[in-house]
Design a protein around this ligand. Structure first.
Ligand code: 5GP
Ligand code: MG
Length: 211
């Protein structure tokens, strides 16, 4: 049975948006072309290795869940998902408190021997989260390991970090939407945005807030 849903034009969080950095159509187009590159590289790699392998995506939760959901629906190869939960920004923090592995290791097996991994994160900032995740995965002896991020911040540490796939480069400001949160809100915004300074604190503008 078809259930009609009310059409929602405005969200109560819309007034909190300072600027849209990438709108939903731009994101969809970029995710599709990134998937095409990943698929082309994968085809070349498996042909060169003369074997039909499966790909295992390892999304870092929570921020990458929307990106990875869109990405995998554009990927044609046989693939599996193993979740890894790492958090650096507890509660209302907007500066990293250092990456912490959450809830054990998600459903990451003790050995990934022979697996071909694609580690996926929402945003590359200092690089500490990806470095920690790469370490955890390498200990499990995969056959190959590549990395993909939705966003890479325009700061020296992020640009210096070796990463195979980047969807967008962004200014060094705090961003939200399309899976990325502030205090666990705003993940459902379809666009990637900056937030108004009042959101972070009604009295003092946030240090990372855009001018
Ligand atoms: P890194 O460890 O590279 O400093 O930070 C990466 C993690 O911090 C990301 O996975 C993301 O969860 C969080 N993070 C870094 N910058 C931002 C940002 O601008 N907005 C949001 N929402 N999260 C961020
Ligand atoms: Mg994250």
């Amino acid at each position: 049975m078809h259930v009609a849903r009310p059409h929602v034009d405005e969200s109560p969080t819309d007034p909190d948006i300072a600027a849209v950095l990438f709108d939903r159509d731009t994101i969809a187009a970029r995710v599709k072309s990134l998937a095409q590159r990943i698929a082309d590289d994968w085809r070349a790699y498996t042909e060169a290795e003369h074997h039909a392998a499966d790909l295992t995506l390892v999304p870092i939760l929570t921020g990458s869940f929307i990106f990875v959901a869109d990405l995998i629906r554009c990927l044609p190869m046989r693939l599996q998902i193993r979740l890894l939960s790492i958090s650096s920004y507890p509660g209302p923090a907007t500066t990293s408190r250092g990456p912490q592995v959450q809830a054990g290791l998600g459903n990451l097996p003790a050995s990934l021997e022979g697996a071909h991994l694609l580690l996926v994160d929402d945003i590359l900032d200092s690089g500490r989260t990806l470095a920690m995740a790469v370490d955890l995965l390498r200990q499990r002896r995969p056959a190959s390991l590549r990395t993909a991020v939705l966003l890479r911040k325009d700061r020296p540490e992020a640009r210096a970090f070796p990463v195979d796939y980047v969807c967008f480069d962004v200014p060094d400001v705090f961003v939200a939407g399309y899976g990325l949160d502030y205090n666990d809100y705003y993940r459902n915004l379809p666009d990637i945005v900056t937030l108004r300074p009042e959101v972070f604190s009604p009295s003092a503008p946030h240090e990372n807030a855009p001018c």
